[in-house]
Design a protein around this ligand. Structure first.
Ligand code: F6R
Length: 267
């Protein structure tokens, strides 16, 4: 198992820095595998919050490898994904539903009714009911044992985008429909082909459900994430940098970084 080259804590959060992002991904997959096994042993079930985007792809590849090698089953795993574009067909190759199908769900033994994503086809008039229900599903499942996160260049977690809300309100944000931030739209052009094709809105798990996860693993790689990482870890807690809200539950949070993304952390 690859080991981090630096391990320290920042404002109570554990930080592990790896020479290569591939090492961090292998480490992450191993942590998730261990967590699944320990929850299954103690409780007979496990509830995971999952992320999409380019960062976790190698993590899912490792989990699939472990499944194919016979050392990991998803039969008793329940998952809740962070977000989905709106509107969005699940069959669209750019949907997060089809991303999850491609990278994980179709390759492991998870029962379909245990793999939950927000639905980008819900009629507009029922979106608020749907997002409120999603939070209820998580609660009814006993809450998230674990949440996997990536970090936007603007510091977003899920699609909880920067805002000027007071901190107390930002911490209580529920699952809801949001407008995407210009930087998020710009970063999605590589997937959609042109800016005009990027959806302007999305459904996202709220900050409150994310922070209630019993453990959180956040991955960020490359210099382009360095500023968002440093501001999240060491900046003031503010809704302008949603990643900084993780400082309020720092004891549950582990940051897996590479040398690029860790380059602006002051030590
Ligand atoms: C995806 C998500 C986003 C991404 C973030 C980083 O489900 O919630 O917050 O984690 O935008 O994306 P990548 O990994 O593509 O740089």
């Amino acid at each position: 198992m690859p080991q981090s080259t630096h391990r320290f804590s920042v404002n109570g959060a554990r930080v592990e820095i790896f020479e290569r992002s591939s090492d961090a991904s292998e480490f992450a997959a191993d942590q998730i595998r261990g967590l699944i096994q320990s929850c299954l042993t103690t409780r007979g079930k496990v509830v995971l919050g999952l992320a999409t985007g380019s960062t976790p792809e190698p993590v899912y590849a490792r989990l699939v490898e472990a499944h194919q090698a016979g050392s990991l089953s998803f039969e008793k795993v329940t998952t809740f994904n962070l977000d989905e574009y709106y509107p969005m067909s699940p069959l669209d190759p750019q949907s997060y539903r089809s991303y999850m199908h491609r990278h994980l769900f179709a390759k492991v033994d998870i029962p379909p009714h245990q793999a939950h994503l927000l639905d980008g086809t819900v009629p507009e008039a029922f979106v608020n009911d749907h997002t409120a229900q999603f939070d209820q599903w998580i609660k009814a499942g006993g809450g998230l044992d674990f949440q996997l996160l990536g970090l936007g260049r603007n510091g977003h977690i899920g699609f909880n985008e920067p805002s000027n809300l007071p901190i107390e309100q930002a911490l209580k944000l529920s699952t809801r429909i949001v407008e995407l931030h210009p930087m998020t739209i710009a970063d999605a052009v590589k997937d959609f082909g042109s800016e005009a094709l990027v959806p302007r809105r999305a459904l996202t798990m709220g900050v409150a459900s994310i922070l209630e996860a019993r453990s959180i693993l956040i991955l960020a790689f490359g210099e382009r994430k360095a500023s968002a990482v440093a501001r999240s870890l060491q900046g003031p807690i503010t809704a302008e940098v949603p990643g900084s809200l993780l400082q309020t539950v720092a004891g549950q949070v582990t940051w897996l970084l590479d040398t690029g993304s860790a380059s602006q952390i002051l030590r």
